[in-house]
Each structure stands twice: as structure tokens, then as C-alpha cells.
Design a protein around this ligand. Structure first.
Ligand code: CDT
Length: 325
């Protein structure tokens, strides 16, 4: 509640998707999206959030010599003839949505993009994924590949926020959620709800010891980001076993306290909802995380001036041989 006593609430739906097969048409997927959207409308949702790359299978798991070999997985316009029915239905129902897709621009650039659309059908913004994980080149030793760095360019647009749905909204995509800078960049712009779609394979080839922790790490980073910035976070999976690859589900709606208030229980198409009070953010933004009062940016210079780790010199090179005086 605000001090004046009115509450600002957004009824939010996280529309988790199960697998999308490589031969499944966009038209068939859009039917699934519309089913979830209608369920959201019945539940009173203002906004329904779909996952990353929600129109096709997760194609970066396959190598093609020529990058254009995967062009058919990209959208060259949004809406497109195949996605127009989703836009039309959302406008008719008065429900906004966020939709992740592969974007191929007119000048041939490839981004992992999310579009945010208001309840009246107007586009609020497009967000292009900033942190692109995985690898660029063929690595056939892996049971499956994660070639996002071959098929997508890193966005240099950063993390914007937009006034929409009666609050301040931001977006991030999958791997972005693991980086604290993602949330803090938006936190410093007063964000009140961050929408995040993800495709997270359970098997992590470079270090399979992390496999069993995928669910823990997913919630750990989003809950921390929510709490440390006093914001709602909506994490939405494309989960289940897609083309033989098992991916994490566990979509979650997280309050500014860091608590999970709704969580998916299946690995398939499933809508979870919550009534999000945006003024709850202020309990954190105006107390422990009163940035203007407590932050010390003058002591955080490395965060923007340095990319990799610069460790102290080895003890043998230290002026006093590493002995503490
Ligand atoms: N889609 C996406 O960004 N997935 C990554 C997998 C990392 S493993 C290469 C993630 O962070 O969940």
C-alpha cells in the first residue's frame, strides 16, 4: 500500500512451456500460447510472460556450418503472420504479454529478443539478451551443444526499464539472470518487476557437477536479485525434454522479499499466477536497500572498468614475500 492507501497491483501470469519439437510449426506453438493466454485472462491476469525463444525448439543445440542454416528459426518481423493471432487475442482479452523469440534484423543481425506488449496491443519495448552463454564453434564432444554465441550477437543496448502496467518494468533473458549487474542496472532505475524467460539444460557439459544444482542456482540468483533490489522477478521456463535434452522447469514468481510466491509444479505447459503489489517494493527500496543513502559507488569502480579477474601478485613477487607485517 502507498502512504495514501491505494495499492498498485498487477496480476501476473508466468506461462511456462513444455518442449517444442524441431518439426512443430509456429502456428501450432501459437495455439499453445493462446491457450495459456486465455487461461491467464480467466485468472484476471494483466500480463502473461512466455519464455525465451518461445516460438521454436532451442535450435542453438545444433551446429550448422553456415549460420544461415538456422535462418528458418528466426523472426524477420514481429508480429509476423504466424504470431498475429496471439497479438490479436491478447488485445481482445485486454491482457499484455512478453514473448521471447529469435530476431533477424533487416541488416542481418541476430538477437535473442523479448517483446513486451501492453494490454491495448501497443509495443512497450524490445529487449535483446546481453549475456550470451555457451560457445561459437563446433564442439562435437558434447552430448548436445550450446551454440548461442554462434547464433546470437551480444546486445549493447543494456538493461532498460519502461513505465507500463502501472509500474516500472524491465526484462532480462536466461543467462542474464545469473549476473548481479543485470538486476542492479535496473534497480538503479527503480525497477519494480523484471520479466525473465529461460531455457536451461540440466546437463552442463563443462562441469556436470553443477547438474544437480540447476534448480537451486535458478532460484538462488533470481531470489537474490529480487531481494537486493526490492523488485518482483518473474522467471519463466521452457522445460521438459526437448529433442532429447532435459531442461529445467520450476518457473517462479518472486516477491521483493526474495520469497517465491508461486512455482510451477510440472515440466510442461502450465500457467502460474500471483497478485503482485508493486508498492511492496518500497519496503526494501526505502529501508535496507535505500540506494541513495547507503550505496558506495566510489568503491565499486572495478565493476565497470574491469572485465576479468585481476588477482594480487603471487606471494613470491609480493614486496615482503607475502609475510604479513
Ligand atoms: N539459454 C540460456 O541462456 N541458457 C543458459 C545455459 C548456460 S549453459 C551454456 C543458462 O544460463 O541457463
Amino acid at each position: 500500500m502507498t502512504s495514501a492507501g491505494q495499492s498498485r497491483t498487477v496480476t501476473i501470469g508466468a506461462a511456462q512451456l513444455g518442449p517444442i519439437g524441431r518439426d512443430e510449426s509456429r502456428e501450432a506453438v501459437v495455439v499453445r500460447l493462446i491457450t495459456l493466454l486465455r487461461e491467464g485472462a480467466e485468472a484476471g491476469c494483466d500480463l502473461v510472460v512466455f519464455p525465451e525463444l518461445a516460438l521454436t525448439t532451442f535450435f542453438p543445440r545444433w551446429f550448422t556450418d553456415d549460420i544461415a542454416g538456422h535462418d528458418h528459426y528466426y523472426e524477420t518481423s514481429m508480429p509476423s503472420p504466424a504470431t498475429q493471432p496471439l497479438f490479436d487475442e491478447a488485445k481482445k482479452l485486454g491482457v499484455g504479454f512478453a514473448l521471447g523469440y529469435a530476431e533477424l534484423t533487416e541488416d542481418g543481425r541476430r538477437f535473442n529478443t523479448t517483446v513486451l506488449v501492453e494490454r491495448d496491443g501497443s509495443e512497450v519495448a524490445k529487449f535483446r539478451k546481453v549475456h550470451i552463454p555457451g560457445h561459437e564453434d563446433d564442439e562435437p564432444w558434447r552430448p548436445f551443444q550450446h551454440l548461442e554465441r554462434r547464433y546470437f550477437e551480444e546486445s549493447s543496448e543494456g538493461f532498460g526499464v519502461w513505465r507500463a502496467f502501472g509500474g516500472i518494468f524491465g526484462m532480462a533473458t536466461c543467462n542474464d539472470r545469473r549476473w548481479p549487474e543485470t538486476y542492479r542496472e535496473m534497480g538503479l532505475q527503480g525497477v519494480e518487476m523484471i520479466l525473465i524467460g529461460y531455457n536451461t539444460p540440466i546437463h552442463y557439459a563443462p562441469d556436470p557437477g553443477q547438474n544437480a544444482l540447476q534448480g537451486f542456482h535458478n532460484h538462488l540468483c533470481m531470489q537474490a536479485g529480487a531481494y537486493q533490489n526490492g523488485t518482483w522477478v518473474v522467471g519463466v521456463a521452457k522445460g521438459g525434454t526437448e529433442e532429447g535434452v532435459e531442461s529445467l522447469a520450476q518457473s517462479a514468481i518472486i516477491a521483493p522479499s526474495g520469497q517465491i510466491v508461486a512455482q510451477a509444479v510440472t515440466t510442461g505447459d502450465e500457467l502460474i499466477t500471483a497478485v503482485a503489489d508493486l508498492d511492496w517494493c518500497n519496503h526494501y527500496k526505502e529501508t535496507l536497500f535505500d540506494f541513495a543513502r547507503y550505496r558506495r559507488p566510489e568503491l565499486y569502480q572495478r565493476i565497470t572498468s574491469q572485465k576479468g579477474v585481476v588477482a594480487p601478485p603471487p606471494e613470491s613477487l609480493a614486496p615482503n614475500g607475502g609475510e604479513s607485517s
